[in-house]
Design a protein around this ligand. Structure first.
Ligand code: PLP
Length: 282
């Protein structure tokens, strides 16, 4: 089946969809992106992701080329053309195409908008969550504004590759003080010995995950205490449970960290309950 992409107003077969070699996203990573999960044809946490998209653009002073209604129309058409009921929508917006120069181009430079959609098997994701995953830790070598969702992801790519080569599914990034910031593409959580859910405060060191904030609300509604603070690798290794959140993994248990089992080494009941509550609420 031909996959279709949206590029600057046109729907094109994906292998014919092109952007210019002097696009600033390509040359400088001067671009932001957003990802929505799609279940049964609906976007999950749609407004949260639109809100973060608008914030990322504003932080980089890239003019937002479309309204939410405009994005939604394109997304609906892409889902239809790609026959996606369950999967992901990817949106990337760069500062546009201009002769290469670090400084911003002329104010009338048109941002480049690219969107793609792909199918995913929800049962496969559920099976993975049923088993839980291993993580390794890596030094956090990223820049100081990880709260902006830019395509500048090279340290994340290298960390994820290191995880896969070590037989793990994710890398938890560790700052200079020995505290976990987040995963290479997920937020990090533990359930500590006192039964308190802990996830790092939403500062500039982490992406403010949309799933993270929905889970914080769900957890509070279910009666769990949630603390937003940093935690060390040792605290995580001796926690009752650990898990990660993101639009693609929802809530997925972490069963070992650097080869040390978390809890009894099996997915914990709180993570399982939060995943169920997340999917039910949407
Ligand atoms: N942290 C990083 C570095 C990410 O790349 C992502 C998702 O792509 C997340 C956290 C989770 O964010 P969200 O829940 O909005 O998908």
């Amino acid at each position: 089946m031909t996959r279709f992409a949206y590029v600057n107003g046109r729907y094109l077969p994906q292998n014919e969809a092109l952007i210019h070699i002097e696009d600033r996203g390509f040359q400088f990573a001067d671009a932001i992106y957003e990802v929505w999960s799609v279940r049964s044809g609906d976007l999950l946490d749609a407004d949260g992701h639109f809100g973060r998209l608008e914030r990322s653009l504003a932080e980089l002073r890239i003019t937002n080329p479309k309204s939410r209604v405009g994005y939604r129309l394109v997304i609906a058409e892409l889902l239809r053309r790609n026959r996606v009921r369950d999967g992901l929508v990817y949106l990337q917006i760069s500062r546009g195409r201009a002769r290469r120069d670090h400084a911003f181009p002329a104010a009338d430079t048109r941002p480049t908008v690219v969107m793609t959609a792909k199918r995913l098997d929800p049962a496969a994701a559920d099976r993975r969550a049923d088993h839980g995953v291993a993580v390794i830790t890596r030094p956090d070598e990223r820049w100081a504004r990880c709260d902006i969702k830019t395509v500048n992801l090279l340290p994340n790519v290298l960390a994820k590759q290191a995880a896969l080569e070590a037989g793990a599914a994710e890398a938890w990034l560790v700052d200079g003080a020995g505290k976990v910031t987040e995963g290479s593409s997920t937020n990090a959580w533990i359930l500590n010995a006192d039964g308190v859910l802990v996830t790092r405060q939403a500062d500039h060191a982490i992406l403010h995950g949309i799933t993270r904030s929905t889970i914080m609300n769900r957890a509070a509604a279910l009666g769990y205490r949630v603390e937003e603070r940093s935690f060390s690798v040792e605290e995580a290794q001796s926690a009752r449970e650990a898990f990660m959140t993101s639009a693609t993994t929802f809530v997925t248990s972490i069963t070992s960290i650097d080869g040390r089992p978390v809890g009894n080494g099996a997915p914990g009941s709180v993570a399982i309950a939060l995943r169920a509550a997340y999917l039910e609420s949407l």
